[in-house]
Design a protein around this ligand. Structure first.
Ligand code: SF4
Ligand SMILES: [Zn+2]
Ligand SMILES: [Zn+2]
Length: 464
């Protein structure tokens, strides 16, 4: 298989400077590229390996470096060493400070020295405004305490080879940190870490090898290398119920957001794939202005940047879709109300239906107010399923959450009417509600059943 068919992955933590790769670094990097690894971050552990990591990054366009002193070598940290790190941090290919932290498992440096070195390097990260790469082994509580006390959220960073529990994972996320996972998630006995991956959003995860260590199960016992980050990505996809393309896109995007290297796919704005569905983002305009709408924060859904610079035309959409038979279904959604573009939906759905494709719409249910007519008959035979955001158990709560331009008296009633009328024209009609504080989900379910439609609640932190 050639690398153009493979989803592009980033190995966000490798040690390529050491003697383990001295003999075959070129071949190792080549194998990584052949296996679809687009970028590698190579990490320093002490002053010498930091300097060597920069040399590696200078040799290859797609390799970047982090510099720092590992807790094992914490005794190396003094004012001169910090000065040297500061100089290295100004190198254009150095994107982070690390790895730094605490290791109370091996205790190779006295714990007080480790704490001091950790704090001093976090302060240096503040000065140079670069994220940190944190190593934590059997020192969970103290790592969190220090991150908090030193206000590490200011630069952010990643807990590499995360080994804490769910509570710690949540604390890291609250601090704005990413969590990174290695080949250890493929080890048969490591259910605990897989359970954590299940419970935290992928939008905050990275993947890494930590090579030459921590080789995935398939090659366990041999030297690890960047190409093997694929096994970690595959396992993550399996755990999260996503495809490896989803994992590749999201984790690469996360790397880009944290470290600033790599590329972000701009075409994904208009049509983006999650699992085997293709989502069409046809407008950012909306009749609502929901208080939980993620577009007010950053417009990114599962690694897709959805802020449109223009509304796509039918031809543009056809071009981006390509062969629609590749997908289980085509969904009109995105960050906006698709039925504002009723004519476009009709035209494109006719084209999709000719090819036997399933069509779904996610809507706020106010199209009849917008178009001042019942638009549903126009969708008959074109749309197979529609999800309509009911979102609340009464008009007052609805207006408080969704802030429709049609006001409290009109909007909620219109949504309910739309749900009911939709059943006459669309085979599958689903009312949805976000599990937002103040929303009575049971009452919403009851309303859906009275209207004769299905019901589904949505987690208000998981989009897509
Ligand atoms: S209806 Fe959807 S797109 Fe519109 S504001 Fe609400 S959450 Fe955002
Ligand atoms: Zn480490
Ligand atoms: Zn490491």
């Amino acid at each position: 298989m050639s690398s153009d068919q493979l989803p592009m992955l980033v190995d966000s933590h490798a040690h390529l400077d050491g003697k383990q790769f001295a003999e075959d670094l070129d071949a190792t990097v080549k194998r990584a590229t052949e296996n679809g690894i687009s970028h590698i971050l190579t990490i320093g552990c002490d002053l010498q390996s930091s300097a060597d990591s920069i040399k590696v990054a200078e040799q290859y366009d797609n390799i970047y470096a982090a510099v720092g002193v590992h807790p094992h070598d914490a005794t190396e940290i003094n004012s001169q060493a910090l000065e040297k790190l500061r100089t290295m941090l100004s190198h254009p290919k150095v994107v982070a400070l690390g790895e730094i932290g605490l290791d109370f498992y091996r205790d190779r440096s006295p714990r007080d020295v480790q704490r001091n070195a950790f704090r001093k390097q976090i302060r240096l990260a503040h000065e140079v405004n670069k994220p940190i790469v944190v190593h934590d082994r059997d020192a969970h509580t103290e790592v969190i305490d220090i991150l908090r006390e030193e206000n590490a959220s200011k630069t952010g960073g990643v807990l590499h080879c995360f080994s804490g529990d769910l509570n710690m994972a949540k604390q890291c996320l609250d601090l704005g940190f990413y969590l990174s996972f290695t080949g250890t998630i493929t080890y048969p006995k490591n259910n605990a870490i897989r359970e954590i991956i299940k419970q935290i959003p992928i939008d905050r995860m990275l993947i890494e090898t930590d090579c030459p260590y921590l080789t995935p199960q398939k090659f366990r016992g041999k030297r690890n290398e960047p190409a093997y980050v694929r096994f970690t990505a595959e396992k993550m996809a399996e755990i999260k119920g996503l495809t490896i393309d989803d994992v590749a896109r999201v984790t690469s995007r996360n790397c880009y957001d944290l470290f600033g290297f790599g590329t972000v796919d701009q075409d994904s704005k208009i049509a983006y794939q999650i699992r085997d569905s293709l989502y069409l983002n046809i407008t950012n305009r909306c009749t609502n202005s929901c208080i939980f709408c993620a577009k007010f924060k950053d417009f990114v859904v599962k690694g897709h940047e959805l802020q449109l610079d223009h509304e796509p035309s039918v031809d543009e959409l056809k071009r981006v879709i390509g062969d629609p038979t590749k997908y289980d279904e085509i969904v009109f959604c995105g960050y906006g109300e698709p039925l504002l573009r009723l004519d476009l939906i009709i035209e494109l759905s006719q084209w999709l239906k000719q090819q036997g494709i399933k069509v779904r719409i996610n809507s706020d249910g106010q199209a009849n107010l917008v178009h001042q007519q019942n638009v549903l008959p126009k969708l008959t035979g074109l749309v197979d399923a529609i999800s309509i955001s009911l979102n609340a158990h009464d008009a007052h709560t609805y207006h408080h959450l969704c802030r429709s331009t049609y006001g409290e008296t009109q909007s909620y009633q219109a949504v309910k009417d739309f749900l009911k009328q939709a059943t006459a024209h669309i085979p599958e009609v689903i009312a949805t509600a976000v599990t937002y504080p103040g929303v009575d989900i049971e009452a919403c379910k009851q309303i859906a059943s009275e209207l004769g439609v299905k019901f589904r609640s949505r987690e208000y932190n998981e989009v897509g």
